[in-house]
Design a binder for this molecule. Structure first.
Ligand code: FAD
Length: 327
């Protein structure tokens, strides 16, 4: 039996978000022979049209574009209606895949309720079981326990995948899946988004950064984050923070990493003056290489660090900057 999988694409500044490519990879890992994969792209009057071509190269069978000016700003009712419009062009018994982003988290339960489908939130793993099921893995209790949920292959489901937990689908040379538009007559929305005020936290998106320089209470002041930002810029990365640093007012909560902040899995995570509380580890322990700089040799962060530097961050970080910038 052929099943339909649909990835809901998200763009930022006209570019596909990395988590969309990760959701494609997660969907593909769960597909059986004969299953089909579509990507749905809600567009704002064609503003992100290049994203449709980019999607068409990522190993999907088709790209469905829902294009309407009301989709320029996210509003739950109109976006759910746009996805349902796309679904009418596809087989009804469907698995939907979204990024576990602010928008994905909001859309998924609404979509599941409208479709009468089951829902899995924040999956960090997804694989085909040998018994006709798809098995999803989720992290519980700040990452101290893992839960597995099995869905029948044929059961409709809406899944959100946690960013940075699946290798993103690469562009396939010569691939060009068909792109088609579906008509969309938006409902009268009870919600009107008049303005979107975005916090600017740096040039690199923290959730998708490959290098993160994170500071904790040991950084001691907002000015103390200056050298961390300099190091991040040298490495093409982003600055993050512990809750201790955010609570102390050294930086904005948008930078907080951990159980109640962002979850990140960069290639390189440098923790400066962060003790390594379990709630912080919940957001960064799956980073590929962890470097800890702390003057306390007994700090718990050293327990998960690949490289530990016992020292004063106000000496170590400038030394790293000098080394990297060839001064
Ligand atoms: P501290 O624990 O105070 O550590 C500071 C470290 O800096 C120390 O290890 C010290 O040795 C070192 N240091 C000091 N000076 C220097 C120097 N000059 N050079 C080098 N090292 C130095 N925390 C999070 O981070 N993220 C979360 O999402 C989060 N969610 C939470 C949710 C709940 C429900 C609760 C209860 C707590 C949560 N916390 C979270 C808070 C968490 O428990 C810790 O309090 C917090 O992570 C501590 O931040 P810190 O490591 O920066 O500060």
């Amino acid at each position: 039996m052929s099943r339909q999988h649909i990835v809901v694409a998200e763009c930022r500044d006209g570019e596909l978000r990395r988590v969309t490519l990760e959701a494609i990879a997660a969907a593909r890992a769960c597909m059986a022979d004969g299953d089909r994969l579509a990507a749905v792209l809600p567009l704002d009057g064609g503003a992100d049209a290049g994203a449709a071509e980019a999607l068409a190269q990522r190993g999907v069978d088709e790209v469905i574009v829902v294009d309407h000016p009301v989709l320029g700003r996210y509003a739950p009712e109109t976006h759910v209606a746009a996805l349902l419009a796309a679904a009418t062009a596809l087989a009804p018994e469907t698995r939907w895949w979204l990024g576990h982003t602010a928008i994905g988290r909001d859309l998924a339960p609404r979509l599941a309720a409208r479709l009468g489908a089951g829902q899995v939130s924040d999956a960090i793993g997804a694989a085909r079981g040998g018994d006709g099921r798809i098995v999803f893995t989720r992290a519980l209790h700040a990452g101290k326990a893992l839960e597995q949920r099995a869905f029948l292959m044929d059961a409709p489901a809406v899944v959100t995948v946690r960013p940075n937990n699946f290798a993103p689908a690469e562009a396939i040379a010569g691939a060009a899946a068909p792109i088609r538009s579906v008509p969309f007559d938006p409902p009268i929305s009870r919600v009107v988004v008049r303005d979107v005020v975005q916090r600017v936290s740096g040039t690199v998106d923290l959730a998708e950064a490959r290098v993160i320089i994170a500071g904790g209470r040991g950084v001691k002041s907002a000015a103390g984050f200056g050298p961390l930002a300099e190091l991040a810029a040298l490495l093409g990365g982003a600055v993050g923070a512990s809750r201790g640093a955010c609570d102390a007012g050294y930086c904005d909560y948008a930078l907080q990493i951990g159980q109640t902040g962002k979850t990140v899995t960069p290639d390189l995570y440098i923790a400066c003056g962060i003790s390594g509380a379990v709630q912080h580890l919940a957001g960064m322990s799956r980073s590929r290489v962890i470097v800890a700089i702390n003057k306390d040799p007994d700090a718990p962060i050293f327990g998960i660090a690949d490289y530990g530097i016992v020292g004063d961050l106000f000496e170590v970080v400038p030394a790293l900057i000098a080394e990297l910038s060839g001064e």
